[in-house]
Design a protein around this ligand. Structure first.
Ligand code: FEO
Length: 410
């Protein structure tokens, strides 16, 4: 069932209630969900987000009863995942005068997903505003909440925040507003946060800072209930749940190196952990006392093991450390492999194989994608030659991911 309701003068909610048991991020949404879009019937009519691809035609038919799609001047896409941008498949050919408003990383995705290569795009950056004729939209980029290209939109005059996935709930509801739900939605709000947002909690803190500059009187997300009461309570829940809750964590980083490039990776990992108030001990396995290294590993909460690659294998004494680790009880620790290489980097994969034989929770790119949807975090940490620029960023992403695992009890 599609329905609409007015939120403010010329601001309309248009929502699709999906009461199936929806498969979603390897979860089954037992209570369904909704896909919420918003129409601002200003002098330059603007649509904010659409609905799931499956309901695109129904959405366009419903929208057409409210406005001729050819009158749309802007379509704002806060997030490209098809449960929100999916309506573009049906809408793009009916709203031929509309400029698509999104972040830079979203452009390529939308062009590929909906064959929009010949359409006009307006790329917006953090803090940009757009006059839509009687109302002003302010855009804040929110990368990794929960994908790289995401942004939120704020209507300045009506003080309404359109945050797409953020501040959502997964409940197929016939009542649009949380205060009319007939029950306290807090548990659903928290459940949604834990399932979708918490792995990205580092970025939630930047969002909370950004919201402090805005007077938000209503939060109109793209799943579930619209919030118009107790706004600060809901923002405060995100602030609390995204905060670090654990201290006194330790990381041990052990490596061998040929030309100091793997050493540079080790040192950069250490720097990132220390910036997160995590004690990080670094050992060169060819120089440090092995008993001291193994004692540090036993005490650590996370262990990174690295080597340069020579003749398709590890170098130096690192294998002695790995063999000793096989006989240790490492239950509950996080493990990760890393290294610098020139050609294929076989040593890093051999280390990964060793770590997988321990009882540690060994990080892999596959596991990160499956559990969080993050595609910018890579394990093992593989760096070609000397780490520079984007490779330093890659190391940083991997280290901060582990730091976030260590500093959160959830
Ligand atoms: Fe509701 Fe990230 O999609």
């Amino acid at each position: 069932m599609m329905q609409s309701v007015i939120l403010a003068e010329n601001v309309y909610y248009i929502g699709k209630n999906d009461n199936r048991e929806v498969p979603f991020h390897r979860l089954i949404l037992a209570r369904g969900t909704t896909y919420n879009a918003y129409l601002l019937k200003t002098e330059k009519p603007t649509l904010i987000d659409t609905v799931d691809m499956e309901f695109g035609r129904e959405f366009v038919e419903y929208l057409s009863e409210m406005i001729d799609p050819e009158e749309l001047q802007y379509i704002v896409i806060n997030h490209t995942e098809p449960d929100h941008s999916g309506g573009m498949a049906a809408l793009a050919g009916r709203a031929t005068n509309a400029t698509i408003v999104c972040t830079e990383p979203a452009v390529k995705e939308l062009k590929e997903m909906y064959k929009l290569h010949s359409r006009d795009f307006l790329v917006v950056h953090d803090g940009d505003t757009l006059d839509i004729g009687g109302k002003t939209l302010l855009f804040r980029e929110t990368p990794y909440l929960h994908t790289e290209e995401t942004m939120i939109t704020y209507c300045v005059e009506d003080k309404i925040l359109f945050p797409c996935d953020i501040f959502s709930t997964h409940v197929a509801n016939n009542q649009i507003f949380a205060d009319e739900a007939g029950f306290d939605i807090t548990e659903d709000f928290i459940g949604y946060y834990n399932a979708i947002i918490h792995p990205h909690r580092r970025y939630v803190r930047a969002l909370i800072d950004a919201l402090e500059t805005l007077d938000v009187q209503m939060i109109a997300p793209s799943h579930g209930y619209i919030l118009r009461n107790e706004i600060q309570k809901y923002i405060g829940l995100y602030a609390t749940m995204s905060a670090d809750t654990v201290t006194d964590k330790k990381v041990t980083i052990v490596y061998t190196t040929i030309r100091s490039n793997t050493k540079k990776v080790a040192n950069h990992l250490q720097r990132i952990f220390e910036e997160n108030d995590i004690q990080a001990s670094v050992f060169n396995a060819d120089k440090a006392d092995h008993a001291e290294i193994l004692a540090s590993i036993q005490e650590a909460d996370a262990v990174f093991v690295g080597s340069s690659t020579k003749y398709a294998d590890m170098i130096g004494n690192i294998e002695d450390i790995l063999k000793a680790m096989l006989d240790m009880n490492l239950e509950g620790k996080i493990g990760a492999a890393f290294g610098s290489y020139g050609w294929s980097g076989e040593a890093i994969e051999v280390i990964q194989d060793y770590l997988n034989q321990t009882s540690m929770n060994v990080q892999s790119t596959s596991q990160v994608i499956k559990t969080t949807g993050m595609t910018h975090v890579e394990f093992p940490v593989r760096v070609r030659f000397s780490p520079k620029d984007e490779q330093l960023t890659k190391i940083e992403h991997s280290a901060t991911f582990v730091a976030d695992l260590l500093l959160s009890a959830v």
